[in-house]
Design a protein around this ligand. Sequence first.
Ligand code: 1QQ
Length: 375
Amino acid sequence: VLSSMLILSACSGGGEQAAGEKEGKGGSGGAVKVDIGVVSYISGPGAAYGEAITGGLKLAQKEINAKGEVDINLVIEDSAGKQDQALTAAQKLINSENVTAIIGPTLSTEMNVVGPEADLSGVPIMGTSTTADGIPQIGDYVFRNSIPEALAIPASMKKAVEKYDAKKVAILYGNDDVFTKSGFDTMKKAAEDMGLEVLTIETFQKGQSDYNAQLTKIKGLNPDMILCSALYNEGAVIMDQARKMGIDVPFVGGNGFNSPEVIKIAGDAADGLIVATPWYGEKDDPKVKEFVSNFEKEYGKKPDQFAAQAYDALYIMAEALKNAGEADRDALRDALAEVKDFNGILGNFSFDEEGDVVMDPTVLVIEDGAFKIFE
Ligand code: 1QQ
């Protein structure tokens, strides 16, 4: 009896220790171990977004783990840019993989269904590329480190309007996506605030390949500038077809255009595109230079905005984890909410009281096939 009691107590002690380890309390001085789920758009027409994002995350993971304070395991799931697939992926991460937090999903459209699920499950979730209005407002567990369209678009529009003395604009947007619709709302409001005349508002849908009807109408109205809210695939094809029709006015694009894929797909036709972004890869900043060089070494190409935002996001998570001291969902949520003055490659970062971002974007223009500072 005595020996079996000893065994029992030894077992329960061991059990507690194991649970402690799983919760990330891996002994004194040990790294905080954590499983972080990732829901990313890595197959399908917008896969370059997810490729950049997962590339940035994996590079950050390698660096963070090498420092020894936090030991991050990334569990990556593909959403293919679809709401239902993103939700299934998130449910798997929350319920089967038992992750402490989720990074992603890529699209605001996906976050609109995944965010409420994570929030209800008490799992902190952070978008690195979701820019539509209202994302962090989904709930207390929902964060983002991507600058919202409501900050970015007015900045790019203001600069472009001043430079080109634009008075009349046409707007073209995808009306079947949360992000492209939100970008449109922001464009329309900014146009009104700036006293611009909106000549026409045209719409399209995901996967559309022919924009002749919309562009013919726009051309006939002779705008000074076109405001376009699109993901890179549709956006690049729109610019290509516009230039082929002889429309050579500047385009102001939303966050979907912040991918080098636009230049890859549209070629010269992408020249004259103006965007706002917190990321500029040629910045004379040692942190930025080091990241660009390490990313290039790892992947053989330069990082884009999406890679940079994801990279910073994992560092923000790691910082919060260190402060939480354990891989616990609630403790991590509280620690995330407290992140202040984090100094990343995108500059100084804090969440506001709603888990949203306050940051000053840089306005860029595509000239001769490359993003340059717009002056
Ligand atoms: C959103 C976006 C997209 C451009 C991310 C790829 O900003 O869906 O919110």
